[in-house]
Design a protein around this ligand. Structure first.
Ligand SMILES: [Zn+2]
Length: 141
């Protein structure tokens, strides 16, 4: 064995903020770089960085969403997400920073003693390329 495998853990965790986040579709625009937060790694928030491509209907919520391109996504390079899943990386705006800080406060405290990559299990991608938060599945969609 040359290298130990990277450690990671699936840790189903309640998402305290994303389901109630109030952010408009127009807050984002094509060309923005965003991240979808998925957990914690090495004492920092961890997620998938993606580029906003175009407006697209988010069928799991029946609301306006955004088509995103994940440069490392392989077979699922394009997904459609609801605006409340997204956090701006390309610019520092108060709306996204407040959410980011609140997520940091909650998750970094909860997983303060863990070094491995923690996947909180909030998101799945449907066969039709719709990214859906676990709270939106439970809403009966
Ligand atoms: Zn923003």
């Amino acid at each position: 064995m040359s290298q130990p495998p990277p450690t990671s853990a699936f840790a189903p965790t309640t998402d305290p903020l994303t389901p109630d986040r109030d952010i408009t579709h127009a807050h984002f625009q094509a060309g923005d770089t965003v991240v979808v937060l998925k957990g914690v790694a090495g004492g920092e928030l961890w997620g998938d960085a993606m580029r906003v491509v175009a407006p697209s209907w988010h069928t799991p919520t029946d609301e306006d969403g955004w088509r995103l391109r994940d440069a490392t996504g392989g077979a699922q390079s394009y997904v459609t997400a609801h605006p409340r899943y997204l956090v701006h990386l390309s610019r520092r705006c108060p709306d996204c920073l407040i959410y980011l800080r609140a997520m940091e406060d909650t998750l970094l405290t909860r997983f303060a003693d863990r070094d491995e990559l923690i996947d909180c299990g909030w998101y799945t991608t449907t066969a039709l390329g719709q990214l859906v938060h676990i709270a939106d599945i439970r809403n009966g969609r």
